[in-house]
Design a protein around this ligand. Structure first.
Ligand code: MN
Length: 410
């Protein structure tokens, strides 16, 4: 049967964000069994992959229990894309074939998502944050520099980025403590030590490295997809007042590294294959090592909620620089990427004011407060606010969801 028309016998899964076409990878535990282990997901069920392996439903020579009874996905990813593809294909066969729907030993590998805790699935090595949305870079340039020259001269020639910090990347659901630091309350005055008064989020999509390159060997753009094992939704929490004072001349530091949140599921490129789309026109034409393919972007809808009020609808298709261009540029100098490294896109803003991916832009530097459903307003985030981001791709046959990327400010 045609892949996009495939259905699963797992009840409720076909219309959910986790149909048979998705099958993301994650790490879970339950109350009864606190050991972290590798899983996939279908509908409202976690698929316990180590149990599935123990029950001999998986038949892949290179996959052993140690890859699945593991608190991170890195060892499984290290086996290579052929192995993850084979794993995915065997899951598709197991859960689409009606004949399997009565197998007790298979059904016991499905655990209700409500009984599971999901954990940070990747042991993240290095983390890089790009700045790849033209709309976001333009908005920030207008607010902080010069409306006539909003983009810096390098911006249309290369995907700008900085090296962030992996230690403070946490999984969805982790509470976020408001950071303190140096802030300047009135321009021209001396800084004070204070809690941040301008706490913000940044709506981003991140990709994970699944194949290494040797130091000194750039990853050519046409091979870049081989090195990427999947996507995760990402919130790059930002303290704008700390950032504004500290960033000159070396860039973001303590305004960024106190916390970032990722969604719990690694969504494969195969699950998103049907959602490739054209990127924005690139003029001037980038140098040849960044040579863009036509279909280099993905059509993935993004939404942000503050305490259940939807405040933004954006899309990864707006990104000016594609993930392939980001990775080709990151390694053009010979920088070596390692399995589990994470690269985030930068805030993804669209052309409409309702598609801006940060409070800084949505409330335009505090000048246009956002009204929530309960009648209260926000220019930046308050203590107790819950920020939820979701992402999903959708066609006539199915939806691919990412799970939510959530955090409450304390
Ligand atoms: Mn960012």
């Amino acid at each position: 049967m045609e892949f996009s028309k495939l259905k699963s016998w797992v009840s409720g899964s076909n219309d959910s964000f986790f149909p048979i076409q998705n099958l993301p990878l994650g790490v879970f535990s339950t109350k009864e069994n606190g050991m972290k282990r590798i899983c996939s997901r279908i509908g409202d069920y976690v698929i316990d992959l180590s149990l599935l392996h123990e029950e001999k439903f998986l038949n892949i020579q290179s996959i052993q229990q140690s890859h699945l009874k593991n608190e991170f996905l890195n060892d499984l990813i290290r086996l290579g894309k052929n192995v993850s593809t084979e794993l995915r294909n065997q899951l598709i066969e197991l859960f689409s074939n009606e004949g399997n729907s009565g197998l007790t030993n298979l059904i016991k590998c499905l655990i209700s998502i409500h009984e599971c805790s999901l954990h940070l699935p990747i042991q993240i090595g290095d983390y890089t944050d790009f700045y790849s949305s033209r709309e976001h870079a333009t908005n920030v340039g207008i607010m902080f520099r010069d409306p006539a020259n909003a983009l810096m001269p390098n911006w249309l020639h290369l995907p700008v980025g900085y090296h962030g910090r992996a230690s403070s990347i946490v999984v969805s659901g982790t509470e976020i403590q408001r950071p303190s630091g140096q802030i300047v309350i009135k321009d021209g005055e001396a800084p004070v030590y204070s809690k941040s008064r301008q706490l913000d989020f940044e709506l981003e999509m991140a990709f994970v490295i699944g194949k290494e390159n040797r130091m000194g060997d750039p990853i050519p753009i046409q091979n870049s997809i081989d090195h990427i094992c999947g996507f995760m939704l990402f919130n790059d929490w930002s303290a704008r007042d700390i950032q504004k004072w500290e960033y000159v001349p070396l860039g973001p530091f303590l305004g960024k590294n106190f916390a970032s949140t990722i969604s719990p599921w690694l969504v494969s490129l195969e699950a998103l294959a049907e959602f490739k789309c054209n990127g924005p026109d690139q003029t001037p034409t980038p140098l040849s090592y960044l040579n863009p393919e036509a279909e280099r972007n993905f059509d993935i809808q993004l939404e942000i909620f503050i305490n259940d009020t939807k405040i933004c609808t954006s899309n990864t298709k707006y990104l000016y620089w594609s993930i392939s261009q980001q990775l080709a540029h990151h390694t053009v100098n010979g920088c070596n990427m390692r399995i589990g490294d994470l690269c985030a896109s930068g805030t993804i803003s669209g052309p409409e004011s309702t598609s801006y991916g940060s409070m800084l832009e949505l409330a335009w530097k505090g000048t246009k407060p956002i009204v929530l459903n309960d009648g209260t307003t926000r220019t930046f985030l308050q203590d107790g606010d819950r920020i939820k981001m979701i992402a999903f791709a959708q066609n006539d046959n199915y939806k691919i969801g990412f799970g939510s990327c959530e955090g409450r400010i304390i």
